[in-house]
Design a protein around this ligand. Structure first.
Ligand code: CP
Ligand code: NVA
Length: 311
């Protein structure tokens, strides 16, 4: 007998365009119901485990709240679970997935997420690794869709480090037909392999990289930035502050955007580094809407992965 192969969400490359659109349409439905005071119990008695090796506000709370709204529950496993220390990853995951219906992993190394997926008998969801942050990118693209009505043909301008969030957004843009322009210093760009793979899988992908933030933001629907130093890179912080100094998103840069353009950030932000207070708190900023959408999109991901949304 072939063992049951659960569906995972490891990166956006694992999803087809139709699947992303399906998740968005479930999200739209659940978000509207939530706004009307309806919390549909689509996952009664289901249990979600969250295994986190790094700190979190949004990812942890939005998943836990999502599970509670859907009629299920969640168990948070931090340092004291001894993940990666007391036993092998395989043993940990085989056992954990016999207790719960899905696992969210926030990890230091993407390879460990992949190892978990190999051994799990329930879906594994990437809650951020050094390589990618697909749930964040789904919420961001859903936010842009809310703002623009449709996504294809629009431009997302990324200003800063080609990090985990940037990788997932690039994957999402490639799938959904958005142009992805990045202003990034040469030493901090995407690896050649990553980009070549993405272009090969999405032949129409409109990608551009420049060292000129002004050129990048012109004509963009969204200007997106993230911290210059991600979790785990703290030792490089000083060097990075120097290398990214010309890539700050401030009022001067935003003055080159087109009418209706928005400012986006996954949060948490290092105000005064990658973004100034006037921009992140200003009228173009949609950072709170993005963060709020994390919960709605993840409800849709959970309902989709666990096959409980009939519509
Ligand atoms: N954006 C995001 O993932 O935030 P947390 O690190 O707080 O989860
Ligand atoms: N790039 C950031 C994202 C945090 C949500 C990090 O990995 O620390």
């Amino acid at each position: 007998m072939t063992p049951f192969q659960p569906r995972h969400l490891l990166t956006l490359r694992n999803l087809s365009r139709a699947e992303i659109e399906r998740i968005f349409s479930i999200c739209e439905d659940l978000k509207a119901k939530f706004a009307a005071g309806v919390r549909e119990p689509l996952l009664p008695h289901r249990v979600l485990a969250l295994v986190f090796e790094k700190p979190s506000l949004r990812t942890r709370v939005s998943f836990e709240a999502a599970m509670a709204h859907l009629g299920g529950s969640s168990i948070f496993l931090g340092d004291d679970a001894g993940f990666g220390k007391r036993e092998t990853v395989a043993d940990f995951v085989r056992v954990l997935s016999s207790y719960v219906d899905a696992i969210v992993f926030r990890g230091k190394r993407h390879a460990v997420l992949e190892e978990m997926a190999e051994h799990a008998t329930c879906p594994i969801i990437n809650g951020l690794t050094d390589q990618s942050h697909p749930c964040q990118a789904l919420a961001d693209l859903f936010t842009m869709r809310e703002l623009a009505g449709k996504l294809a043909g629009h431009t997302l301008a990324w200003v800063g480090d080609a990090n985990n969030v940037a990788r997932s957004l690039a994957e999402g843009c490639a799938k959904l037909g958005l142009r992805f322009v990045m202003a990034t210093p040469e030493a901090y760009r995407f690896e050649t392999d990553f980009l070549a793979g993405l272009k090969a899988e999405n032949p129409g992908f409109d990608f551009e990289v420049t060292d000129d933030p002004i050129q990048a933001v012109r004509g963009a629907l969204a200007v997106y930035t993230d911290v210059w130093t991600s979790m785990g890179q703290e030792r490089e912080a000083e060097q990075r502050r120097r290398d990214f100094a010309a890539y700050q998103v401030n009022a001067a840069l935003m003055s080159h955007t087109q009418k209706g353009a928005v400012f986006m950030h996954c949060l948490p932000a290092k105000r005064g580094e990658e973004v100034t207070d006037d921009v992140i708190d200003g009228p173009q900023s949609v950072v709170v809407q993005q963060a709020a959408n994390r919960m709605h999109v993840q409800k849709a991901v959970l309902a989709w992965l666990l096959g409980s949304h009939g519509g």
